[in-house]
Design a protein around this ligand. Sequence first.
Ligand code: FAD
Length: 248
Amino acid sequence: MQEAREACGGEGYRADNRIAALKADTDVFTTFEGDNTVLMLQVAKGLLSDFRREYRDMNLLGMVRFMVDEVSTRISELNPVITRKTDSEHLRSQDFQRAAFEYRADQMLLSVGQRLQRRIEERDMEPFDAFVDVQDHLVQLAFAEAERVIFDRFTDAVRVAQDENGEELAGTLTTLHQLFALSRIEDDIGWFLEAGYVESTKSKAIRAEVNELCDELRPAAEGLVNAFAIPDACLGAPIATDDRPSRK
Ligand SMILES: Cc1cc2nc3c(=O)[nH]c(=O)nc-3n(C[C@H](O)[C@H](O)[C@H](O)COP(=O)(O)OP(=O)(O)OC[C@H]3O[C@@H](n4cnc5c(N)ncnc54)[C@H](O)[C@@H]3O)c2cc1C
């Protein structure tokens, strides 16, 4: 809503264009039905308790130890050729994008586990206090996991479009999928650079690829918005219906 407001300049601020009112209405989504931060903490705790299901009688420390072992074995070593690879075909490939989301989620899970283990085992903290102490990491972990899940669901949706609607729609959705993946990676590029998952040349190439994808999608943008079939009555804003009163 903020971007829409700014994109419309001063018109976006006018009451009859309703963006300010819609912005006020949508803002509360971060709070009602549960505050977003609290919900993300629950997501992260859910990820940890998945490990407890394997051995129901395990205490928290046992579960954390088990999880650290499990996750560290499934994280693959970084390949220096891949961390420097910058060609467009590679950056747009699902293999690279899927692996990046998976690596980040797994590394964050491992790092949360190691932090909890240190606090409970070495500093003798109560599990509750240890959880509170690592909350910032839990929230980051939940966002990383959510983006991994969204990426996979998007992949499935593109496949369905391919089977049911053919190449044209699937082609546009594929570009949108690539833009989603690369723009999310770009958004968290500090983490990927710190983790050594990408080198600086690759980080710059990702930014350039995001711009390239935006250019490619531009002609389809109106069609994509129209696909939501939002009735004019709901838009109900002069700026959306080109029914603008002249500015005084
Ligand atoms: C418009 C509106 C409609 C609503 N309608 C309903 C309704 O119909 N029925 C109903 O039952 N309720 C309703 N609610 C209440 C709503 O469910 C609560 O406001 C919401 O769950 C958040 O709880 P809270 O207000 O106690 O905020 P809190 O949970 O106290 O959150 C305040 C701040 O504390 C932080 N925080 C809280 N706990 C933790 C934690 N463990 N760790 C770290 N940070 C924490 C949060 O991140 C947040 O920044 C409504 C609220 C609004 C605003």
